[in-house]
Design a protein around this ligand. Structure first.
Ligand code: AHM
Ligand code: MG
Length: 341
């Protein structure tokens, strides 16, 4: 059998941090805290069918969505892993309407964390893959504790981002801007081991992922683009494949590895939701950071997601993400057919 080094995520993050002479190890610690939370969430997701943790808590979150018990569990696991360590100064979560401050008895650190604790959770009861998405920035405010400005930073200034996918196996994928690396959890030893070093996404894919039931709510540019994907008069002679799980991390992860594009456009028919469904700070921006560092691209249809200035913690944004040439083509269709409102 060929020799293969066993590289743990901890070792990998430490080696990456060592490339920065000023590094103190705090950053490695922070990513390890997220990995630990991921292992605990993974354990709970895996046994979810056996214990009383499936289903709704009976309450509704800030987004107006039903809170699943596992959402709540994942959220508190992340907060409990991060709030006492002295590594972060403020946090934000899909599940909390306000920024999450560090309790006064704990020290504040030089980083911020924003996360979607369990994305795709409306699928949990059907055993569909779900994921945790995270985004890390440096603290920029001057005061001793963090404030909302630390969280409302442009995606391009992320110092790390990634996700943990709870699928047929659990994987953590992260980037600190130096390649995108994937680790598979070996549950018997509780370690994330390097399985996908230096992930590069194909420049063009053959797959599109969208909730096409919204077709009549899309702009003309998007409708024409998707119609075009189904035509057979392309050089390949074949239409694109449609693949939609309805769980962002799972759809994104598949397209990252095999090429393709994920679309969640704005709803142009419903004035109450003109800006798309997915959230900028803890869904679109971190996945955009991963996509760009893997050679892909993410856009709101007009400009890179990573250049959008966030205005509020739960801001929504249209999202087109995946293979570079596919996302650029969407931008062209929009430029050609849609007037910017
Ligand atoms: P959630 O954060 O409440 O789980 O919602 C986000 C999810 C994404 O995982 C997925 O891409 C999208 O919602 C699916 O939406 P739809 O059901 O409209 O297709
Ligand atoms: Mg989500």
């Amino acid at each position: 059998m060929a020799h293969q080094s066993l590289i743990t995520i901890e070792h990998h993050i430490m080696m990456q941090e060592r490339e920065h002479p000023e590094a103190t190890g705090v950053f490695t610690g922070l990513l390890m805290d997220i990995a630990l939370a991921g292992k605990i969430i993974s354990r709970e997701v895996n046994k979810a069918g056996l214990v009383e943790i499936l289903g709704s808590t009976g309450s509704v979150n800030v987004q107006g969505e039903e809170v699943q018990k596992l959402d709540e569990f994942a959220n508190s696991t992340l907060i409990d892993s991060l709030d006492h360590t002295g590594r972060v100064c403020i946090m934000s979560s899909e599940e909390d309407s306000n920024a999450i401050e560090i309790p006064p008895q704990y020290p504040c650190g030089g980083y911020t964390a924003a996360f979607d604790p369990l994305d795709g959770s409306s699928n949990i009861d059907a055993n569909v893959p779900v994921g945790t998405i995270f985004s890390i920035h440096r603290k920029i405010s001057k005061g001793p504790r963090g404030d909302e400005d630390d969280l409302l930073q442009v995606g391009r200034r992320q110092v790390a981002a990634g996700y943990i996918i709870y699928g047929s196996s659990t994987m953590m994928v992260y980037t600190t801007g130096n390649g995108v690396h994937g680790f598979t959890l070996d549950p018997s030893v509780g370690e994330f081991l390097l399985s996908h070093p230096n992930i590069r996404t194909p420049r063009r894919g053959r797959t599109y992922s969208a909730n096409e039931s919204n077709y009549h709510h899309w702009s003309e540019g998007i409708r024409r683009y998707v119609d075009r994907l189904k035509e057979t008069d392309k050089p390949s002679g074949r239409p694109y494949n449609a693949r939609y799980i309805g769980s962002l991390v799972a759809d994104f992860h598949r397209n990252l590895l095999t090429g393709g594009v994920f679309l969640y456009p704005a709803d142009v028919k419903d004035p109450k939701k003109p800006t798309g469904k997915l959230r900028l700070l803890y869904e679109a921006a971190p996945l955009a950071f991963v996509a760009e560092h893997a050679g892909g691209y993410a856009s709101d249809g007009y400009q890179p997601i990573l250049d959008l200035e966030p205005m509020s913690l739960h801001q929504r944004v249209p999202l087109f993400i995946g293979s570079l040439d596919d996302v650029k083509e969407i931008e062209q269709y929009i430029a050609e057919h849609d007037k910017r409102s």
